[in-house]
Design a protein around this ligand. Sequence first.
Ligand SMILES: Cc1ncc(COP(=O)(O)O)c(C=O)c1O
Length: 441
Amino acid sequence: MTFDYTPHQASTRDALSRLESMLRHREKTLPGTKLRAYVERFFNMKDVFLDLAAVHQEPLYVLDHENLRKQAGIFKETFAACFTDFSCYYAMKSNSHPDVSKTLLEQGFGLDVSSGVEVETALSLGASNIIFSGPGKTAKELSLAVANSSRVTVLMDSPGELERLNLLACQAGKKIRVGLRITPPLSPWKKFGVPMARLGAVWKRAQECEGLDIRGLQFHTSWNLDPSQQTKTIAAIGKEISQWSSSMLHSLEFLDIGGGYWPQAGEWQVYPATQAGQVQKLAGLDIQKPLEHFYAPASPLEIFAQSLHQALERHIFPVAPCRVCLEPGRWLSNGAMHLLLNVVDKKDPGLVITDAGTNAIGWERFEMDYAPVLNLTRPSMEEKACEIMGSLCTPHDLWGLSYWGEDIQPGDVLLIPDQGAYTYSLRQNFIKSIPRVVPMP
Ligand SMILES: Cc1ncc(COP(=O)(O)O)c(C=O)c1O
């Protein structure tokens, strides 16, 4: 039988063939040795967490300053091995607890902020080197930057923002240091920055503005498991600026290459997050495979540093030997907080309810991501299937489909390690109170 596909039918066929290939796709399995070593490392610290749980008897975020300082040191050393002229700015949005930013300021980081609230936090912490990026900055936010122009560099997101900022700076009789954000050419995130084709014209306009002191360019690509997106963007920027006049290049002092460095553990996922799992879920099939975990490896930070350096040496430095700025978030903050919960109720052998809800992390993270849940009260290197749910009135309030331990009972203390990035910052006031933050002793 032959079919005469109209364009609509053809796209249905395309969709079906795509779904079929997704069903056949097999993600890597999370290596058992890697997982067991991870779980063992945290079980070895169980007494510290159990003492905290005994004192506070409530769900907690445990702030791990030591881990944060260690990550900060590794980050700087790794880039220092390749770069001489570079600056690091912590992306505050990844964990907005002031102590996290404070610790990173003490480690010599500047702060990367994306709203007036974050500018205020950075100023109140005494930061002297703040970069302010993000789309849709309001007049109030821009005025705050102008008022603190000795400490804040604005990374402008559009020609409209450029004109608004210039006006505010001129009205205040100031000249503010600025950069220009670029829309990464290969990214679907069009809402950020100025497209490459308009970059030169906007740069020239900024050079004419009385209130602006244009000094740099910025881009940010997200979720980089390896440096390829960043190096391609650097090549595209090199191609663009090689056509600029020397008077344009003269003021190009920095290139900010953003954040998005994936933590080295890689991305750990549950079955429903895999391609086959997504299709089966869409089809309403049972997709719970609680003891199967999947994995997308991430490049080590040294590979990021080396590849980025090579790309800059090749495409940027021969044209503009500028300083390089980095805006890491999750790579630093992921291990800066751990979650401690208590089991309140056991409803059947395969279902327990905890005292905290996932409003503590603000999204349905564990429907997609796998994070081991460790029963510190009954530790064991065995993983058992059991739905670990929070106490909110939604079935999406899930911590995990399994736990590591001998058994699980009401009163047990559970640890979910490495919940510092994009969890605390996204916490919501919804039904349950938000866990307290306590420092790790
Ligand atoms: C402009 C900018 N810089 C840096 C970051 C930090 O990214 P990550 O936490 O993935 O390193 C973000 C995150 O969205 C961002 O938007």
